[in-house]
Design a protein around this ligand. Structure first.
Ligand code: PMP
Length: 449
């Protein structure tokens, strides 16, 4: 049994979870780390691998929630962080690193005429929406079902739950009412809303499709959004928290050749430490500048934050983005991911398992077919299923079982289910992952029967 094998390998994690459950709600610090019967407790990590408190080794595809393009404890990043720690972690002053960091963002990201740093991706989407509302005078935000933009109130409904437009616990109904949450299975609904209404402040989208491409966008979707927003003067916001510096050096916008007005960044941006940024058109970002705002006849938009561009995160960010600029890390991670996706598909075909494996750039997504549709793994097309088929009918227990089965065979994936491939992953990791994948698929087959 998958569960028994997992439990037998992880007694120290079990004990830590029991302890955690007496102080942390659900025993956790992030909803996405929920794992039944209990999560693994990590002890250290290096490159593409991590180890738990029982000494088990894992090929890691959780990838710091997507933040680690070079894998764990990459030497240049460790050195930059160590060096900066001795010089001070918060100077309460402007500093050269924040300028360098912003210049790198400006060079790499096409929309980045101006950059403002925040402490997380959640804060960055919040600032982006504030700037868009101030700029347009509108209040309504067009979002897409299942597209995740952080955990703040304005973007909560319809992202991880409440896909039917109902109101999540703790979120004011009035705030939910400020979002128009549309299907992204086709561009029509969004284009219609933009053409027919005058109160739209912004359109925000994950350019990969929902949750790093777990639900890919149909061809032409982003171009249609770009054209419709431009025609109406509504800022288009790309949430590139995942895709930034991963889909390509310049993110999804550079890869697809579609430039938004505003880009939200985090994760890889800050080199494995906390950090976010809003990068966009000068006119929109300069509302933060009191002189520019006054000259434009506008009120200044406020923005604070104790840890914005603190020297420690800035040092890591500068090193990370310099490496992104100077190396072929994005391409290498993507090539490895392509090989991995092809290998995983091959195993599904060989094992006669009617599941799908897909994904863009350096991520992979597993579709474990909860409704038991007649799927040919060699030719699986996620677009045919749309949001409802791919994510709407998600079976958390099935996803959890697969995750546990892989953990029991030395591979850690993210709950999606799927994962992030780094430039530190290579042929050895692929071979090991495919062996584990075959064992997990076989175990799942026998337990699903
Ligand atoms: N947007 C997207 C697309 C994300 O994936 C995430 C985090 N997973 C966020 C925003 C929020 O970022 P953070 O966790 O840094 O607040």
């Amino acid at each position: 049994m998958i569960d028994d094998l997992y439990r037998a390998r992880t007694p120290r994690s079990a004990a830590l979870y029991a302890r955690a459950s007496r102080v942390l709600p659900a025993g956790l610090t992030h909803d996405s780390r929920a794992t039944s019967p209990y999560p693994i407790y990590a002890a250290r990590a290096a490159g593409a691998r991590k180890w738990d408190v029982d000494g088990n080794e894992y090929v890691d595809y959780f990838g710091g929630h997507g933040a680690l393009l070079f894998g764990h404890a990459h030497a240049p990043l460790v050195e930059a962080i160590q060096r900066q720690a001795t010089l001070g972690t918060h100077w309460g002053a402007s500093h050269e690193l924040e300028v360098q960091w912003a210049e790198l963002v400006q060079r790499l990201v096409p929309s980045a005429e101006r950059v403002r740093f925040t402490a997380s991706g959640t804060e960055a989407t919040q600032l982006a929406l504030r700037l868009a509302r101030a700029y347009t005078g509108g209040s309504k935000i067009v979002r897409f079902v299942g597209h995740f933009h952080g955990w703040h109130d304005a973007v909560a409904a319809g992202a991880m739950s409440h896909y039917d437009g109902s109101i999540p616990a703790g979120i004011p109904a009035a705030v939910v009412g400020e979002s128009i949450v549309l299907s992204a299975d086709a561009p029509g609904p969004a284009v219609d809303v933009l053409e027919s209404r005058d109160d739209i402040a912004a359109v925000i989208v994950e350019p990969s499709g929902a949750s790093w491409g777990q639900v890919p966008l149909p061809a032409g979707f982003l171009a249609a959004l770009r054209a419709a927003t431009k025609a109406r003067g509504v800022p288009l916001i790309f949430d590139e928290v995942i895709t930034g510096f991963r889909w390509s050096r310049g993110g999804a916008q550079a890869r697809y050749g579609i430039v938004p007005d505003v880009t939200v960044l985090a994760k890889i941006l800050a080199g494995g430490l906390p950090g976010g940024a809003v990068a966009g058109a000068r006119e929109i970002l300069d509302q933060i500048d009191p002189v520019a705002a006054k000259a434009a006849g506008r009120e200044k938009v406020g923005h604070q934050g104790t840890f914005n561009a603190n020297p420690l995160c800035a040092a890591a960010g500068v090193t990370m983005l310099s490496l992104v600029e100077q190396t072929d890390a994005c391409e290498r991670a993507q090539a490895t991911a392509e090989e991995l996706r092809a290998g995983m598909r091959r195993v599904l075909v060989e094992e006669g398992m009617p599941w799908g494996v897909f994904g863009q750039a350096s991520v992979f997504v597993i579709f474990p077919n909860p409704a038991r549709l007649p799927i040919d793994p060699a030719n699986f097309d996620p677009l045919k299923l749309g949001f409802k088929g791919l994510k709407g009918g998600r079976d958390p227990q099935l996803n959890n079982k697969l995750r546990i089965a892989l953990l029991a065979h030395g591979v850690d994936i993210a709950g999606g289910p799927g994962g992030f491939v780094s430039a530190a992953h290579g042929p050895r990791e692929i071979a090991q992952t495919l062996d584990a994948w075959r064992s997990a698929v076989r175990a799942m087959k026998s337990e699903l029967r």
